[in-house]
Design a protein around this ligand. Sequence first.
Ligand code: NOJ
Length: 573
Amino acid sequence: MSTTATLATLSDSDLAADPNWWRQAAVYQIYPRSFADSNGDGLGDIKGITAKVPYLKELGIDAVWLSPFYPSALADGGYDVDDYRNVDPKLGTLADFDEMAKALHSAGIKLIADIVPNHSSNRHEWFQEALASPRGSAARDRYIFRDGLGENGDLPPSDWDSVFGGPAWERITEPDGTPGQWYLHIFAKEQPDLNWANREIRDDFLKTLRFWSDRGVDGFRVDVAHALTKDLTEPLLSKLELTEANSGTDGFDDGSHPFWDRDEVHDIYVEWREVFNEYNPPRTAVAEAWVHATRRARYASPEGLGQAFNFDLLQADFDAEEFREIITRNLAEAKQTGASSTWVFSNHDVVRHATRYGLPKAAKGPADKKLAKGQDGKAWLLAGGPKDELDVELGERRARAATLLMLAVPGSAYLYQGEELGLQEVADIPDSERQDPAFFRNKGVEVGRDGCRVPLPWKVEGASFGFGDGGAHLPQPDWFSKYAVEAQDGTNNSTLELYRKALKLRRELQAEEELEWIETGNPEVLHFSRPGGWQSVTNFGDTAVDLPAGTVLLTSDPLEDGKLPANSTVWLR
Ligand code: NOJ
């Protein structure tokens, strides 16, 4: 089937078999524990998702990406996996999973599973065996164990920090009770890094890919895809040496970092691709790879994972110039590899974009772009989410405008549960109720990601706003009521109805993956067209602007006297 067939011209069965279904798919991320709770225990579950398939169908998405649903102690929201080929009993059973997959497929929705290959949990049977086995054993070789430094080995093998703060090494007690070796954990200490130089690990993951593919999983989202292979030749480099070697601000651009983005990681994905291609249509994959922009394409190669997340828009301010540069660059990059680009504003790791865009923009600091990034919201959260700094209405307007723009750009769009409700970040979660290891390990530096993981409000009233019959595992504020699905369903101009209309139209209008910029003469206004006459105009400025010629199809907010208001997007044809 041609990559250029429009979605509107394809029947459901064509779509099911189309090997290119992912190229321009709208993918909806479900964070299972916070989506819908079928048994009232306060934790979302698989049956809860199945019950909401009609909602997902009406929303108009093409695929669902499920964040981890595997057995887990939830030391990192499920990214600490105890068993890769099972369902967390707190969430259901494999039979429930099969039923959910069937319901999604019957509704014409594909299923993408999150796979977490860089680390297992410390409760995984492999890690338990490693702890019980001696130094140098085959069981220890499945992970990265090292003797400590110093006379008694009581200093960690290097001074590296874990991503969540604190040291990246943890010391174990040997089976005989003496203080022992150290293991590497780039993330939380409950997430020991697996040793991908070990053939057994590689083979076991191939088995896992087949296990889920056989159960109807259509694709995989690959967690920290850029971290799996490591060069731990001693002496290990110090933090300072690593910083000095890192010339750019966005990560190493030459594959020389000991664990991020090494060239050999792609050998793993070549093997994965062979497994994906055993299926019809081939299973797809998208890499979560926070790498230097010049190296992202490697993950998206057709011989590898096929697609990689592009987080550039997610990291950008609501700013016309930034948006245009990012879109132009990423479309060109995607063209080079044959992948399609990916677009995302929100996910389970970042402050919701309706909140970010309501915060003051950063002063543009040329020196260090990372420091200059004003709209990531972390500083605001850390300060306790001061109300006078947040313009809720502005944030929501801009979020709608940005999303409408994104949905018109070629490539696949990743949406995060709740953004279709315009949901805001929950800033005031009491410390005693926080769950994110980033909060516990990084105290005083950031508060972590719980604020975007609060269970969804489905109903205006009632226990946990219809999330389930019981409570919610993270506290929902009173203001969730007005964002509830029930409040927005059928309501004119609600964010939910906007998403529904936009996703439906997007299917009808979708065409070749081409975009042409149309000069507006106004640096605050971005205008582009797609083949077939679909046009999108976004006004990033403060004053309403005239519309170009064409029939108005959809606006992110009502027009003002026939003009496109500030902070809004219009689609025309
Ligand atoms: C990326 C995931 O998105 C994040 O939630 C998780 O904490 C880390 N990887 C570690 O698995």
